[in-house]
Ligand binder design. Structure first.
Ligand code: 13P
Ligand code: SF4
Length: 305
């Protein structure tokens, strides 16, 4: 697309957004041109909070399906649009309600904590949700000593480092973070010996062991801004580098090893956002009996920063 075409699409998006009282929420991994049209950017927790509190008729969610579903669960009166139907999170599909019920039956005394990266029906089957930003606090706040944690085994085992509770881990993972390996991270550290390494808790424990900080994506944005260090190795999906560089032009950021790309986070293009606004597509719809139960688990999560 040439620059004139791009500009006219962006102008049309802005015009439609105002006309239809729409707001564009954008996850930190989205393409640069999508980040540039965001009204608000953030991690899963920031964007859930924003969706719950923002005053508008339409939310256009540039992220993946579970994020748009969370927005709809928390704000049912709004129209929530996911511009691409194929923007799903493979990890969210690694746990189903039937499988979770089976595990619950084996551990009737366990509390179910589900990562927000789950489908709405699994949230409805859970006691509380968490994100990468508040998982440790959510688990620590639970009275019961036994917890079923779905679906990310890496986030769950990261949380286990901070509690004596018995955490039964679901065997799910994010292929983007699972693919980061300690050998290439050690190489990157060797190339940039003065840089700090910050990684996402979806990484494998062997990668987490090498990190200076383990943070959600917005935690990384805050760390980059506030830290005195001016060289930072980033252990997460590569889309965040654009925002980090834009907001901190005086600092240097490197991917920790070969760049990792989440396909689902990259399918949304400017044209899709325009069509979403024009045709109100694709509307997120959640059956009310699921939404009500999922809302309880999400609202419980929102108590923790
Ligand atoms: P954050 O909530 O940290 O942005 O993570 C979302 C996600 O999908 C990470 O892979
Ligand atoms: Fe899902 Fe991983 Fe992509 Fe995040 S980066 S949306 S967890 S596949």
């Amino acid at each position: 697309m040439n620059n004139t075409d791009k500009k006219s699409i962006i102008d049309e998006i802005k015009h439609l957004k105002n006309e239809k009282d729409a707001v564009i929420l954008v996850h930190n991994y989205q393409r640069p041109e999508i980040q540039d049209i965001a009204d608000y950017m953030g991690d899963s927790l920031d964007l859930s909070r924003k969706a719950a509190n923002i005053d508008c008729k339409i939310i256009v969610f540039c992220g993946v399906k579970f994020m748009a579903e969370s927005a709809k669960i928390l704000s049912p009166e709004k129209t929530v649009l996911l511009p691409r139907k194929d923007a799903g999170c493979p990890m969210a599909d690694m746990v189903t309600v039937a499988e979770l019920r089976e595990l619950k039956a084996k551990h009737p005394d366990a509390i179910v904590v589900s990562y927000v990266n789950t489908n709405a029906d699994v949230k409805a089957e859970s006691d509380v949700c968490c994100t990468s930003a508040n998982a440790v606090k959510v688990v620590q706040s639970i009275k019961s000593n036994k917890i079923i944690f779905t679906p990310d085994r890496n986030l769950g085992s990261w949380v286990q480092r901070f509690t004596d509770k018995d955490i039964i881990l679901w065997d799910g993972y994010c292929y983007v973070h699972q693919g980061m390996n300690p050998r290439s991270i050690k190489l990157a550290k060797g190339l940039h010996p003065n840089a700090k390494l910050i990684v996402h808790p979806e990484c494998r424990p062997q990668v987490i062991d090498l990190a200076d900080e383990v943070l959600s994506t917005s935690g990384m944005i805050r760390f980059a801004k506030e830290s005195a260090t001016n060289k930072i190795l980033i252990g997460t999906e590569e889309g965040i580098l654009y925002r980090l560089k834009r907001e901190n032009p005086d600092k240097t950021f490197y991917a920790a090893g070969p760049a990792r790309v989440c396909r689902s986070m990259k399918v949304t293009k400017l044209e899709d956002v325009l069509i979403a606004l024009k045709e109100k597509r694709y509307k997120i719809e959640i059956p009310e009996f699921i939404r009500e139960k999922a809302k309880k688990a999400l609202e419980e999560m929102l108590k923790y920063i």
